[in-house]
Design a protein around this ligand. Structure first.
Ligand code: ATP
Ligand code: MG
Length: 180
């Protein structure tokens, strides 16, 4: 499974549609302070279902929508798409290529798509659950996270280990079945 590309538009500092294609090997993102490096990583977390505005350095989710500059008016919509090459079917779906899209409007209306079809947040989360790529996974480690994991409560640390070990999905399904 490989990250192929990322398209960002109207998300944080990326007012214009910006496409990043990931080549084989390692990719480094460099640039001056404030140029949007962290915003790119946040776009990846957001499209994969991040629900915490604070985790994206905002107060409310609409803060991810381009808020304007002295030269440019604010936009009404944030949209991020990410494309994975899933030809090895690492993610448990028949799709060999997966394109996820998330949109959010100032009105609060939002939607998710997988390969152009409307889906629920739950479908997105389930796709990544136990893949080691979920929004709470180790695939994206922000500053301070390592320390937070070491200092967390044993129950929270256990949840992290369960996610990595691949039992988290079954627990979540069991809890949902018990609720419904
Ligand atoms: P550093 O090297 O300091 O970590 P960085 O390259 O990671 O910097 P970011 O934190 O990604 O930079 O980008 C910060 C910039 O994004 C700031 O200029 C901020 O004003 C801008 N920004 C954040 N949210 C929005 C928004 N909703 N609309 C417009 N600009 C935004
Ligand atoms: Mg940064």
């Amino acid at each position: 499974m490989k990250l192929k590309s990322l398209e960002i538009s109207g998300f944080k500092s990326f007012a214009d549609k910006t496409k990043i294609e990931f080549m084989p090997g390692m990719t480094g993102i460099v640039g001056p302070n404030g140029s949007g490096k962290s915003n790119i990583i946040e776009a990846i977390r957001w499209v994969m279902g991040e629900q915490s505005a604070k985790g994206l350095r905002g107060d409310k989710m609409q803060d991810v929508i381009f808020g304007g500059t002295s030269k440019r008016s604010p936009l009404n919509r944030a949209e991020v798409s990410i494309v994975f090459d899933n030809s090895d079917h690492y993610l448990k779906t028949d799709w060999s290529e997966i394109r996820l899209t998330r949109r959010l409007y100032r009105s609060g209306e939002s939607n998710y798509q997988i390969n152009g079809q409307d889906v629920r947040l739950r479908d997105i989360l389930e796709l990544f659950m136990d893949s080691g790529l979920g929004r709470e996974s180790f695939s994206i480690i922000s500053q301070g996270r390592v320390e937070a994991i070491f200092n967390s409560k044993p129950e929270d640390r256990r949840a992290i280990i369960e996610e990595v070990a691949g039992v988290f999905k079954y627990k979540t399904n069991k809890e949902r079945a018990e609720r419904e």
